[in-house]
Design a protein around this ligand. Structure first.
Ligand code: B12
Ligand code: SF4
Length: 465
């Protein structure tokens, strides 16, 4: 049988936090980023249809996934494998690529981790920022990779940080120029069984995700959304309607998860609610409190409930105004109370999150804050110890010395803050130092454990992701 010129394998690696095995915890959701790239390739080169396949590591299992990818790509002169990289699991992406390289497969990495730290990748090519523009430069396939593509770096053996940073992060792709459909849902295996973790679980209904914006209207200091995505941009409702139809045409959808950073900030939110409401499918979304306070807050909560919203992942993060300001939240304690109360009144559940491990944190003050959280009618409360995400403004302040590290630890470059368990321990934040001056990492972890127990006793769930 004749060989194809090129084939592409998109691999959705399983969510495996350090110390855990596939399937032990966390959610199992479709890889929207890779599905968008697949759609972009099919759109700019129709002959690629049938030559792109989506492999799901959790569905197939570790070894079978690798085997199936190699088998599929062996039917082409050039086999390309694409992965999305995350900081906490980057070691798994490195391992996967090592294996692929043994089979002469071309490796391309993108996503949050390599966007900020391309020098840490072992891929042949890395794309910084959105990957659609790069796909449009690589395809139609001309027999080899192009010399240049937006955000793309060809990695040499030991790339220096400064060398890789010469290529700028692509952040301009507005949702109005995403490929159509935005996500190649038709490439997802039909028998795939996605899974929601406790905080995402809607009566064991199988979740499917969708998204209609890039980035966030806010720029919280601990978050990487701005450095990844640049300016906030939203897709027109027509595109959302088409994407939703495409999804429903290809899958039985029991529950929808919106992956937008702040769905409720969409300027045409009420049109959007009409579209999703018509499906009669229950859904969840991420939101900031901002659209849920003020004179319109109660009506917004009621409108989303009426449209089928069951639960909101609400970025509360703290119940103390100084701590909220340190985290860069554009909200007050009062706003948090009001937003939760409006949602609760409307019958929408709230999955909240609390970040501990700020510089001045001490047990007594945290206890006061915990009681405030527990007085809220929450469905669940995640208690996270602040980690220093690559590209976040707090991380940059630690690197340039504006936020000191306890114990006189000196950091001279961002890469020194990447997870290194032998240096900074396995406890949360995994492989990273804490910036807390009064509480050690061990003390913070002990506090978090006790606070999670206290939360469960108060009848509030506390599973993470
Ligand atoms: C849903 C979600 C999850 C899901 C599943 C992820 C999945 N399979 O989709 C779950 C619950 C498992 C999860 C877990 C975690 N997540 Co999460 N998650 C998200 C969330 C909310 C949406 C992801 C999404 O659908 N994005 C939409 C798609 C279209 O965007 P995208 O994936 O970034 O893809 C674009 C580009 O990045 C690029 N691209 C992506 N992949 C590739 C590959 C190639 C080859 C190329 C060329 C380009 C490219 O092109 C795409 C199109 O432009 C994001 C926030 C966000 N809004 O993006 C956080 C986010 C990705 N998560 C984050 C984090 C921190 C985590 C956890 C570590 C949390 C924790 N403490 O446990 C874990 C670990 C993840 C892992 N896989 O191991 C961070 C990542 C930061 C980082 N540097 O790693 C984000 C960015 C949130 C944030 N702002 O801090 N997460
Ligand atoms: S509201 Fe959420 S997604 Fe937006 S910047 Fe803050 S933490 Fe990040």
């Amino acid at each position: 049988m004749a060989m194809d010129e090129v084939r592409v394998a998109m691999v959705n690696q399983a969510f495996v936090p350090p110390g855990m095995e596939i399937g032990q915890t966390g959610a199992h959701l479709p890889a929207l980023g890779l599905l968008m790239l697949a759609s972009a390739i099919e759109e700019c080169d129709a002959s690629m249809k049938g030559k792109i396949a989506y492999f799901d590591e959790e569905q197939l299992g570790l070894d079978s996934c690798r085997f199936e990818v190699v088998k599929f790509l062996s039917g082409a002169k050039t086999g390309i494998v694409m992965l999305t990289t995350y900081t906490m699991t980057h070691h798994r992406q490195i391992e996967f690529f090592e294996e692929m390289k043994r089979h002469d497969i071309l490796t391309i990495a993108g996503g949050p981790h390599v966007t900020i730290h391309p020098e840490t990748s072992n891929a042949d090519y890395v794309v910084r920022g959105e990957g659609v523009s790069a796909m449009r430069a690589i395809f139609p396939w001309k027999g080899s990779m192009p010399e240049v593509a937006p955000g793309m770096i060809k990695l040499t053996k030991n790339p220096s940080e400064s060398e890789t940073k010469l290529i700028r992060v692509q952040r301009k792709l507005d949702p109005s120029i995403w490929p159509e459909p935005s996500f190649a849902y038709h490439l997802l295996p039909t028998d795939i069984c996605h899974r929601a973790s406790h905080k995402r679980n809607l009566a064991n209904l199988r979740p499917m995700s969708i998204l209609l914006s890039k980035g966030c209207p806010s720029a919280c200091h601990f978050c990487t959304s701005g450095s990844q995505n640049g300016r906030w941009g939203v897709a027109p409702i027509k595109r959302f309607e088409n994407d939703l139809r495409h999804l429903l045409d290809h899958h039985e959808v029991e529950a929808i998860e919106f992956h937008d950073d702040d769905l409720l900030a969409h300027p045409d939110i009420h049109e959007l609610l009409a579209v999703v409401g018509n499906t009669n499918i229950p859904w969840t979304c991420y939101a900031r409190v901002n659209a849920l306070v003020g004179p319109r807050g109660p009506a917004m909560a009621e409108a989303i409930a009426k449209a089928g919203c069951v639960r909101v992942f609400l970025g509360l993060e703290a119940m103390d105004n100084e701590r909220l300001a340190f985290l860069g939240k554009q909200a007050s304690v009062e706003d948090n109370f009001t937003a939760v109360s409006n949602l609760h009144e409307a019958g929408v559940e709230v999955a909240g999150a609390w970040i501990i491990g700020l510089p001045d944190d001490c047990t007594d003050a945290l206890n006061v804050e915990l009681e405030r959280f527990l007085s809220l009618p929450l469905y669940s409360l995640d208690i996270n110890i602040l980690n220093l995400n690559p590209g976040a403004s707090l991380t940059k302040k630690v690197v340039n010395g504006k936020i000191p590290l306890p114990g006189g630890i000196n950091i001279s470059k961002a890469a020194e803050l990447l997870p290194n368990p032998s240096l900074f321990g396995k406890e949360e934040p995994f492989g990273q130092p804490t910036i807390s001056m009064n509480l050690t990492k061990n003390e913070l972890n002990d506090y978090a454990k006790a606070a999670r127990r206290r939360t469960l006793l108060a009848g509030i769930g506390t599973a993470r992701d």
